[in-house]
Design a protein around this ligand. Sequence first.
Ligand code: PLP
Length: 485
Amino acid sequence: MDAETFRRFGYQLIDWVADYLQEAERYPVLSPLSPGEVRNRLPTGPPLSGEPMEAILKDFQEIILPGITHWNHPRFFAYFPANNSAPSILGEILSAGLGVNSMVWQSSPAATELEEVVMDWLRQMVDLPQEFRGVIQDTASTATLCALLCAREKLAQFQVNREGFSDWSGKKALRVYTSSEAHSSVEKGVKIAGLGSQNLVTIAVDKAYAMDPGDLERKIRADREQGLTPCCVVATVGTTSSTALDPLRPIGEIAQRYGLWLHVDAALAGSAAILPEMRWILDGIESADSLVFNPHKWLFTNFDCSAFFCRHPETLTATFAIHPEYLKTDRDQEVTNFRDWGIQLGRRFRALKLWFVLRTYGVEGLRQKLRDHLTLAQEFKGWVEESPDFETLAPIPLNTICFRFQPGKRSGRTLSAEKLDGLNKDLLDEVNRSGKIFITSTRLSRTFCLRLCIGQTQTRREHVLQAWDALQGSQVVQEWRQKLR
Ligand code: PLP
């Protein structure tokens, strides 16, 4: 493609994206397609000769776009968001244009040094102690795996890296502790790190679904008495189901008392700590060894961008560094080589988009957006609680509401748990199929919950109201209201 053609289509696509961001609302938020519908419209083999961009863009519009679930839609309330913003997209364009690989300092000094700077800005924004050093990972799952590997190596004095697991299996097995509400990435990391999922110890939660430190200490002691080797605690600040907040201070004290690595998974919630009034969610973080949170979840930065902070970067580098001849440079003693801070060698220039976001919004601009989301979540909570037949199912400290339709709430008529679960599944299915909103579900204490998360960049009060109206106006709710009238 020559420069002129690139320029022409570049302008066209920027126009397209600008319109899309403004008008995402005109699409059904959840793609209505059935499995196979996109694949069946695509050729089974690659084109032998090149095709014109016009043809590719036409197929993008006609085949790909209908199969898109619109994460940028203001009525996207599902999962946790992978939100973005115009400045972040501009940063991504430059990063793609430059196409650099920031594996070592020399491979693009600016990529490494900008990453060091923006990660330190983020550290200051969430008020982490100065000794924490940051690195951008692709996802929280990878960061948690890195933390587990560091915990393993620190405890084993790098013996597992050298000799494999021979000494640390069976009765001496390394044990990892996390709550029953922790994200599945912890179990995945434990498996990949070779620790074995049977050595992942589930800690009980309290009524607010936060880790019970008493149970943590009991289980660590029981393991020690059996000759097992406590290694790491993974605490969650903002659990996936209900954004429950594990109490870091007592958990940190226990981790220190027994010499365990404490990793904090704050994938979504960490961003909220940039608000002075919400910083308490990280109270006690100074005793943690590592922390991850995702600017790609709630700091308006394109997926992927996961901020991993470690209090002992020397443990991180001792765990991951390898020095093949072909990567050595004369500057290695003076500079940071981020290839030694994680699993991958090649690394995208992700710091650029984060820099664009932090500079365009400024800290106050970002705080305002997060405050708006938190206020809307409290407002939604009020609507649910005042409603005659909806109820909340967990505390709402942040931006995520777990709730359900409960037709017997006021009348006292009791419906069986199965009946209620079934009703709410039908309601979920109906509102999502409508294309008006997209919410997801979870289970808390075995109860099926509808789950609505307010974190999309474009979401305003009117969109949250529309979500509430979609639920109220659904056939499931209307029919039950008729029935009980
Ligand atoms: N941890 C928590 C608490 C999460 O909610 C999630 C995803 O929603 C993850 C980890 C995994 O995030 P990622 O997709 O960045 O690996």
